[in-house]
Design a protein around this ligand. Sequence first.
Ligand code: UDP
Length: 380
Amino acid sequence: MNKILFVDHTAVMGGAEISLLDLATAYSQTSKVMLFDDGPLQQRLETSGVEVATVKASETLLNLRTSGGLNSLSMIPELWNMAGAIAREAKDYDLVLANSQKAFITAALSALRGSPAICWHLRDILTAKHFSKVNRTVAIFMANRFASRVLVNSHATGKAFVAAGGKEELVRVVYNGFESERFDAVTMEDCQEARDRLGMGNAPLVGLFSRLSYWKGQHILLEAIRKLPQVHAILVGEALFGEQDYVSELKTLAELPELAGRVHWLGFRDDIPTLMKACDIVVHTSTEPEPFGRVIVEGQLAQRPVIASAAGGALELIEDGVNGYLFPPEDIISLRQLIDKLISDRTLAKSVAQQGYEDAKTNFAMETILKSFAQALVLD
Ligand code: UDP
């Protein structure tokens, strides 16, 4: 088993960090995680028996936006110091695996300061929407020059890396893995209790499980159910990286007379399997291509019909009409029609959900994914 120094710049629990937690837990006997900040991930790792080293970066570095331009270059002196810290932490490990773009740039620089092999677990689609040109150019240059491997969380992520100039031979696809047992363990009583707490009786319930952010498209769901007066929605997640203006807009939308009382704000939750199973439908509404889309697989494992926005990794997870449904990104009317159809035709909803469950269990079992992860890190 490889001795891995995992590195992440953030300790906030986004999808990338949840996946890191799974991988680092599986490698806890031989590996360690270095974080640039403290936060919930640190405690979660330690509780799972993973050794953690936190080397705090400045607020300026932590808050630097990947969409920012040349001002990123002003961070070079600090990045150089952090690279030194990675090289020191990495001396007893076989390889450094960076879990985020900031972590990767820093890890790549640490190669100049004596680090072992550097690999990048790329979990973002490198497009102009989220990453400035400077940012993409630097990341691709560093990957081509210093990375021994680029693990990508979907073919879509891999294609975008290559389209931006990344070397194809570096790329290995490693999907996220899931423990279906967490979903199977949820009882009918747990679901009923979760619904009772919402105080919405037996009304149809649609769930969206994502941080509150414009590109995650919570507004698309609210617009879709605006004209489905019997349907309630739960929004599970909070604004992890700012975006308070978007949250205010969403709240204003939810207070419109047509929606009032039907939108339930649950904040960030740890009981995702129960909440998904309490829903009739799980939706994914990203306005931009999703690199992977953990919530899609989780919805399938919860045995609920999933409707996802047809772009990026979602196209690798859902076969339309077979194990879930796809709708064109931002197409409110199509989403509304699909919700309506699945609520009216429970037999159809059940059969699609069942196929989704079987496919997710086969394709994304943690054990299988851990094998592909290990294989991807065999460096020639
Ligand atoms: N999630 C969670 N609590 C919440 C909302 C979301 O634990 O309140 C989890 C969700 O179950 C999923 C992850 O956060 O595992 C989000 O991953 P995804 O790939 O969907 O999106 P990302 O955050 O990586 O953009």
